[in-house]
Design a protein around this ligand. Structure first.
Ligand SMILES: Nc1ncnc2c1ncn2[C@@H]1O[C@H](COP(=O)(O)OP(=O)(O)OP(=O)(O)O)[C@@H](O)[C@H]1O
Length: 359
């Protein structure tokens, strides 16, 4: 029997979800096609010469408890295929999926049902609310599925609707609500299930930009209290950078780069990522903590205090654009580091890996 994945050196806690050497090939003879892929055949040639689609290739990701892992990529990069492996809506061609230290590929019917109904909940792009049930009944769906009594279902529905800002709408029907409100019901429904893991597949992509921003803020606010393990799929880089604790960028079914979003922005590993992040408003996204220097670099005097989580945009505004200033970086009462404004300018210019020139 295979062993649970080891804890990586940089993390002290076991991952909630681990994906190991995962491959998915669509077509009549995936095992044969897999041998071609392992022998070095790429996505284009696999389709052209062997008539199979390479959906995912050698995916390895650890998703930490209480964190938001964002899977980001353009259309066709493999995001939906990947997320559907987590609750085994899709079976892999090779590899392992571990949840809470158990390989879910070894699960029988009963454990799989429990995984889908109790351990994981899902928030869908198109809300997927039941049109003839009230909003409170929709929010309580997970309890209905588990066979709970009606008062319990409605109480849970009410509780979580209030938490997502929909108190007073319990007896409405979905069509009476706006898109943003319907997705709030979708989130309430996932939260009422009390699952440890939430899968969110392009959950905000159908919403207008302002509503979408509201929903992102709501999710971050809920997450501060609830600390769920969230796997969030998006094709929008701004959304990914805003939400992710851990960002995974997919292209043609493989992981191009993964890590802390600010680190990726400052250290793109490859020309594809450079291009991807080149249009981002770096001043608005980057935080002081990502570019500050060690406390020992400067022992004062300082031109003032800033917080480690302040954006560079707010710093530019504070300094009046002067590059000769030096700030003390604080987290609560503790000094974390030093921010010399001369360090800020290089961070605003996109980094280049140098690989492009070499072709
Ligand atoms: N059932 C299937 N049969 C054949 N090919 C498939 C199937 N499902 C997905 N694919 C292919 O696998 C690759 C990944 O598709 P997937 O839908 O996971 O991408 P995605 O990043 O979620 O795209 P989108 O953002 O458009 O939903 C694509 O090349 C797609 O055409």
């Amino acid at each position: 029997m295979t062993q649970a994945p080891r804890i990586q050196a940089s993390n002290t806690q076991a991952p909630k979800v681990s994906i190991r050497n995962l491959y998915k090939i669509f077509g009549p003879r995936p095992a044969h096609a897999l041998q071609q892929v392992l022998g070095g055949v790429g996505k284009t040639d696999l389709l052209k010469c062997h008539g199979h689609v390479l959906g995912l290739q050698d995916i390895n990701i650890d998703m930490q408890p209480g964190e938001i892992t964002v899977i980001m990529g353009l259309s066709g990069s493999g995001k939906s295929t990947l997320i559907r492996h987590l609750n085994r809506l899709i079976e892999p061609s090779a590899g392992e999926v571990w949840v809470n230290g158990e390989n879910v590929l070894g699960y029988g019917e009963r454990k799989l049902r429990r995984l889908r109904q109790t351990t994981m909940s899902m928030v869908f792009q198109k809300f997927a609310l039941l049109p003839h049930r009230t909003v409170a009944e929709n929010a309580g769906t997970a309890l209905t599925v588990r066979g709970a009594a009606r008062p319990e279902i409605l109480a849970a529905g009410r509780k979580w609707l209030a938490r997502v800002g929909l108190a007073g709408y319990e007896d409405h029907y979905p069509h009476q609500l706006s898109g943003g409100m319907q997705q709030r019901v979708g989130i309430a429904r996932a939260l009422a299930s009390d699952s440890e893991i939430m899968l969110m597949d392009e959950a905000f992509s159908a919403l207008d930009p302002l509503i979408r921003t509201d929903m992102q803020d709501l999710l971050l606010e809920l997450q501060q209290d609830l600390k769920k393990t969230i796997i969030f799929i998006t094709h929008d880089l701004d959304e990914a950078l805003k939400l992710a604790d851990h960002l995974v960028i997919l292209k043609d079914g493989y992981v191009v780069q993964q890590g802390e979003p600010q680190h990726i922005l400052l250290n793109p590993s490859d020309p594809y990522i450079e291009d991807f992040v080149s249009d981002i408003n770096r001043a608005r996204v980057l935080r002081v903590r990502s570019i500050m220097a060690d406390v020992a670099r400067h022992d004062g005097p300082f031109d003032g205090d800033v917080r480690a989580d302040d954006t560079l945009e707010s710093l530019i505004s504070l300094s009046g654009g002067e590059t000769c200033k030096v700030y003390r970086v604080m987290e609560g009462d503790r000094q974390l580091g030093v921010l010399d404004m001369t360090e800020l300018l290089p961070a605003l210019v996109p980094a280049r890996t140098g690989k492009r020139a070499m072709g």
